[in-house]
Ligand binder design. Sequence first.
Ligand code: PLP
Length: 416
Amino acid sequence: MDYFNYKKNKLFAEDVDINILAEKYGTPLYVYSKRTFLEHFHKVKNAFSDMETLICYSVKANSNLAVLNEMKKAGAGFDIVSGGELYRSLKTGVDPKKIVYAGVGKTAEEIRYALKSGILMFNIESTEELKAINNIAKAMKTRADVAFRINPDVDALTHAYVNTGKKESKFGIDIMMALNIYKSAKKLKHINIKGVDMHIGSQITSPIPYINAVSKIARFVSELRRENINIEYLNLGGGLGVIYDEEKPSTADVFARAIKPHIAGFDLKIILEPGRFIIGNAGVLIGRVTYVKKGRTKNFLITDTGMNDLIRPSLYGSYHKVIPVNVKKSADLDYYDVVGPICESGDFLAKDRHLPQMEAGDLICVRTAGAYGMSMASNYNTRPRAAEVMVDGAKHTLVRERETLEELTAKERMIK
Ligand SMILES: *Cc1c(COP(=O)(O)O)cnc(C)c1O
């Protein structure tokens, strides 16, 4: 579900013609629909409204301050994975007691920053990290609130790079080793045990992996209780999938209904960390065709956007729908590879797509680019990162200026 639709053969973002946005702000351009991501946020919220639930939007999916600020206004907290994301989150004025901090490699500096900021809790991913946090909290004469991220050893049935809950993954603490770490944490003076955490992967379309994981985690919580280790929070992570192509992801309601029977009766506060589900379909990437290159075996739409703006096709082989911004009813269809200008064969956005015949100057729209798009963008080939615009009804606001070449070189120094 989203609010990018054709009206009279022109693609609109909510009530704004995308041609006007491309004209005004240039391309490549990320366009976000506020109505779309707020509706997704409320879908998750409503699905769990019968339980005490904190929704911590996963900042890494799309960390633009304007997006974070709208999420905060809607009542969300934040799931962060770095000091940088903590900094961004705090800029919105969010209550730090709505921030949870995951990640396998938190540095001492980041841990101090989070302790000083008074976040809700760390999601600890190893014994070594537990020791580090206890020592730093001691030095700061405070106590750290923590949960442990449990690796339940389930297959999230998703792309290998975003499958995070199998025992061979670097993430979380092996469920077989977890009881011992809780017992040792209980003895530490500068640690408050607050919860149990899991995050089994991303772009998960079926509730089955959650059911497998949550039922294991529920048994584990019972074990903790037998050991008199009491927790207050159960963090189920993120991972709900969206539609890129022909996927049929379960709705937030279906996920919630499948999960709830396994956690009912524990009287725990629930934390959820959706990222992609909220912002994925709420963003598109707009590019302009520079050349139509006709080869002997292939036609290429060479556009002004590519892997530095959206790396998902190159990195994961991800599918994104590519559609023309302006419908050409009479045009014949042709097969195209939609590619960027970058000097890498991996620089493609889409392959073998049946599109109306395109010409230089035409605008293309890459759909479902709101999550892990701009947040993974780079300056490769010394390309300034794209501008970002947020649409709200008929209103559009530039929420990130296009970078300039001067900015790209500003921190570099030549040696005389
Ligand atoms: C990336 C991440 C998320 C969000 O995942 P989505 O698939 O975007 O919902 C949530 N929690 C943690 C710990 C993450 O690393």
